[in-house]
Structure formats: C-alpha cells, structure tokens
Design a protein around this ligand. Structure first.
Ligand SMILES: Nc1nc2c(ncn2[C@@H]2O[C@H](COP(=O)(O)OP(=O)(O)OP(=O)(O)O)[C@@H](O)[C@H]2O)c(=O)[nH]1
Ligand SMILES: [Mg+2]
Ligand SMILES: [Zn+2]
Length: 402
C-alpha cells in the first residue's frame, strides 16, 4: 500500500465544507475537515478561515483531509447575520485591515467604521480606512451629477468647483464632508486613503501600503472591494456587481472570502528573500488576543504544529496577499466586555488613567477624563457617540453571555 502523504499550505478559499489549500509549489488542493472536528467551547460557524495554515493528508482521489491547524497569530471575528450567538471568523493571520468605505452609493456610517476599528484594535491588527469612489465627489461623473440635481441647490460652490485631484479638490461639498471624516480618523490615529477603482486615483499609494503584507479588504457590499483589488492587480479579473439604484446598496457579488497572492512590482525584491524566515512568531503569538486562541490543535494528533507556526510567519513576511471578502451589512462585535471597550479607541486608551474611577464607563461618572476631552474638542463627538452606542449594545447583550 502507498505511504500516507502529508502536506501543508495556506487556506486561500473556503466554500462551505471545502477548503482550497495553496501549497508552496503553487498548486491548490481541495480539502475537507474531519466530520468530528470542533473548536472546543466555540460557537463559530467556521472552524477554519482563509489565512489559516493547515496540514492535510493527501487522499487517493487527489483531495485532502485536514489534520492540523497552526495557531493563529490573530483573526477577525464577527457575529453571523441573524444568528446572534454564532460567530464567524472572517480571516486569520492578517497584517493589515483595509476597511473600504464610501460616503454614498452605498453609505458607510461612522458607527460601522468604529465597530470594525475597535475590533481590529482588540485583535491587535493595524487598520486603515480606504475611502473608495472618490471620483463621485467631483462634478464630473454621471452619478454625482444626478444626485446633485435630485438634492436641489446645495450652495453655489459645489456645482461650480471641481475636485481636480486628491490634494486640490477640497472645495467640493462631498470633499468637505470627506475631509471632516478623514480628520476624525486621522486624529484618532488611523491612516485614511482616498481612492477610485474607476479612475485609478490613489491606487499607487495603496500598492505601497500593502506590499509584503497579508491584507484583509472588508466593508459593506458595493463599496468596491473587488474593484479595488482589480485596480491593484488587473490580472485578477474579480467579478464586480452593481449597486442598486433605489436602495443604494450592493448586491453581494462576492460570496466567499478568498486570498490572492499578488505580484507587485514593489514586492519583487521581497520575493527573492522569501527563503529567509524571520523569528517573530514568538512575539506575535504573545500579542495575539485571547479571542483567537486556537485550541483545535490539541484535539488533532499531527506533529506538525510547530512547523506550521513557523511557516505562517514566513508566508506573511515574504509576499503580498490580498483577501477579498463578501460585503457585510452589520458588524456584530464578539466577546467584548463593557469595561474594556474604551481600550479599543486609541484616543480614549491614552487618557484612561486620568479618569477618577478605574471602572469608569465614561458615560456619566464624575471626574471622567474622556468626557472632558470630548468637551474640549480633543476627542471627536462622533467617535464618542459611537462609543456610547457600542457600549449600550454590549451591555444589553451581557446577560445572555457566558
Ligand atoms: N464610480 C465608481 N464606481 C466604483 C468604484 N469602485 C467600484 N465601483 C462600482 O461599484 C460597484 C460595486 O463594486 P464591487 O467591487 O463589486 O463591490 P464589492 O465591495 O466587492 O461588493 P460585494 O462583493 O458585494 O461585497 C461596481 O459597479 C463597481 O463598478 C469607484 O471607485 N468609483
Ligand atoms: Mg466583491
Ligand atoms: Zn471616564
């Protein structure tokens, strides 16, 4: 009888019970998971996500049976739609969260942005905001013209002035709104990028941003995640979909998360270095949040966990990987406690020690440094209001928690 063949690789696509695993030689093997596989004590709908590194046994029919999963250095988890107790791992082992947002068509609220950013903070994942469809801010495009006409007079300036460039277009009303939002997030410590997948605006800057990293692109349906990936790497040919004219919402064109290795000109040099492993895995593991601890390996008997953990680091340091994901309607946060929420707002975190009470929720307590900073205009009203909203949703949920 033939010897059992064990292999390992990166989960690049998950579709229900099948996992596409990319091997180092570039081949992809469709793998399944043992039926009895469960993450202990977990309510997760998907035990394996894109970005996980796995070991598998190659079966006679050419498919694989996954036997082991490397510890995750991080992951992004959210509540599954309509199943408030169930959670879904969007992706694992991420270097950068690229939150794609649009001012309109569809509209991304700051409430959504703040939930996403707070979650990234909780999992120690650096995050940036990419405002896409900036071409619509100007007067040039059909859509923006149409909307301007519908909304009646919007002041004399907006119709006359054009958003000529990323730097020079602040005269336009939509650019003004954009710049106000941008200021809020830059003040809070988050880099903000302007982009247009349509015109190519900002794409070079984004290429520099993502080079050598595993980047998760997330956001509402229709904001142009897939279109941005196509603009970054035109060989991808990802399917993009319309945005509904009447609801101004996307139509959930991308249905499964998928990782794409990207061949950036900038990453050429890094590729040559891909044989060198950096010894950072220990540090990263120490930093990874408790939410992402992956206890699966304890239930599996393959001896390759250590190897897998090493290669996770190698993979993400040597190449550029972009993760396209299905649009999400709402971002339900998982396993947050009311007292820890302000730790995930960087501009609050730096002031917490000045609150009179260690258990301050920054809502009504006397001697609250956060409320004071909001009053002084040092913390944005909008971020603070969103903080209070999230706090309320966490508190109202608390009784049904473990
Ligand atoms: N005007 C303009 N339209 C864009 C831009 N980027 C994307 N679009 C359009 O917006 C629509 C949605 O784009 P997609 O890339 O499918 O959006 P998505 O975020 O991947 O959506 P889901 O896969 O449903 O989550 C398409 O019709 C795109 O052509 C842009 O920068 N400007
Ligand atoms: Mg898409
Ligand atoms: Zn306080």
């Amino acid at each position: 009888m033939a010897e059992t063949i064990h292999k390992e690789g990166l989960v690049v696509r998950t579709t229900g019970s099948w996992y596409n695993v990319l091997l180092s030689d570039g081949t992809v093997v469709e793998c399944r998971l043992r039926g009895n596989f469960r993450i202990r004590g977990s309510k997760q709908t998907n035990p394996i996500a894109v970005g996980d590194r796995v070991a598998f046994q190659l079966l006679d029919d050419g498919t694989g049976m996954i036997t082991d999963i490397a510890d995750r250095r991080n992951c992004i988890i959210r509540r599954s739609t309509n199943l408030s107790k169930q959670t879904h791992v969007i992706a694992a082992n991420i270097d950068l969260l690229c939150l794609v947002a649009t001012l309109g068509f569809p509209r991304t609220s700051t409430g959504f942005i703040d939930r996403m950013l707070a979650t990234a903070e909780a999992y120690h994942i650096p995050a940036v905001i990419i405002f896409n469809k900036c071409d619509l801010y100007g007067a040039e495009s059909e859509e923006s013209g149409k909307r301007k006409a519908e909304s009646g007079k919007r002041g004399t300036e907006s119709g006359e002035r054009k958003a000529e460039s990323e730097e020079g277009g602040a005269e336009n009303e939509l650019w003004q709104i954009h710049n106000e939002i941008k200021a809020i997030y830059e003040d809070a410590g988050y880099p903000v990028f302007e982009a247009s997948a349509l015109t190519g605006m900002g794409i070079d800057r984004i290429r520099q941003l993502i080079a050598g990293k595993t980047c998760l692109f997330t956001g509402h349906s229709g904001v142009g995640k897939s279109a941005l990936l196509n603009a970054i790497d035109p060989t991808l040919h990802l399917r993009t979909g319309e945005v509904s004219e009447w609801s101004l919402k996307g139509k959930h064109t991308t249905t499964f998360a998928e990782i794409f290795p990207i061949d950036l000109a900038e990453s050429g040099k890094r590729k040559a270095e891909s044989g060198k492993w950096k010894a950072e895995s220990g540090k990263r593991k120490a930093e990874s949040g408790e939410h992402c601890n992956n206890s699966t390996t304890q239930q599996l008997n393959s001896p390759t966990t250590q190897q897998l953990n090493n290669s996770t680091t190698q993979q993400s340091n040597s190449s550029t990987y972009l993760i396209d994901t299905p649009g999400i309607k709402e971002f339900g946060m998982v396993d947050f406690q009311p007292w820890e929420l302000s730790h995930f707002f960087p501009e609050m975190r730096s002031r917490l020690q000045d609150c009179r009470f260690a258990t301050c929720t920054h809502r009504h307590e006397p001697g609250c440094a956060i409320k004071q900073a909001v009053e002084n205009g040092e913390i944005s009203d909008e971020r603070y209001r969103n903080y209070l909203n999230i706090l309320e949703s966490i508190e109202s949920d608390a009784p049904i928690r473990r």
